[in-house]
Design a protein around this ligand. Structure first.
Ligand code: SF4
Length: 218
């Protein structure tokens, strides 16, 4: 699939986006969004469903919404708030250590550039790009498992992991079309093009999808 066809699909999905009841959309509306809360909720979201991440994030932000306040609590207090989310021990440690580093190195502010973000222990490329896009509106493609899966399924990319997908998509997708791609395709992947039992019969881009064409032939 070439970029022209990929963007044709994106245009169609953007028209349908408002009609989808995706957990990712409820997640975005579920808490007060600042660069710091977006960063913390992204750290919480690793290997967790959006519904569970949102519930943990809300409890965490009832404790503290900024690094100054967060560092007044210890790891166990933070862990109790985010429990029962998966990896609650390591996520609590990460939230505390990131908060300390934000205070010590960045005056308590979340930095707005990629290199500074990934220089913070516990922040990897995916988290950095999600923060850059969602907190600062930067023109980056934040790649999660849905984007990685769907873009490979369409044959737009041919990659083996999200990090590789990120690199290729940043090269292929024109800068003015990157913003919002994560939100769009995550919601599409949660509602229609689901990992198991995709709703191909309801899919607005089935006529452009190579998978649907293969299944029709079969
Ligand atoms: S036709 Fe099916 S596999 Fe293809 S994009 Fe739509 S839901 Fe996904």
């Amino acid at each position: 699939m070439d970029t022209g066809k990929f963007l044709e699909i994106v245009d169609i999905l953007e028209r349908d986006y408002d009609s989808w009841d995706a957990p990712a959309k409820r997640f975005e509306d579920g808490y007060e969004r600042t660069p710091y809360t977006i960063l913390c909720s992204t750290l919480l979201s690793f290997r967790s469903r959006d519904e569970q991440t949102l519930a943990s994030a809300k409890r965490l932000f009832s404790l503290a919404k900024d690094p100054e306040k967060m560092v007044t609590f210890d790891v166990e207090e933070i862990r109790e708030k985010i429990y029962p989310i998966g990896l609650h021990h390591s996520k609590a440690r990460s939230i505390l250590s990131v908060s300390i580093e934000l205070l010590e190195r960045f005056g308590g502010e979340v930095p707005r550039d990629y290199d500074s973000l990934v220089s913070i222990r516990g922040i990897g490329p995916k988290t950095a790009n999600i923060v850059l896009e969602n907190a600062f509106g930067e023109d980056v493609v934040a790649v999660d498992t849905h984007l990685h899966r769907i873009c490979n399924l369409w044959g737009y990319i041919d990659t083996s992991n999200p990090a590789e997908s990120q690199e290729i998509l940043m090269r292929k997708v024109p800068i003015e079309r990157r913003k919002g791609l994560n939100r769009l395709l995550v919601s599409f992947g949660q509602t229609i093009c689901r990992p198991s039992r995709p709703l191909c019969e309801e899919c607005p881009v089935s006529h452009l999808c190579p998978i649907d064409a293969i299944e029709d032939d079969g």
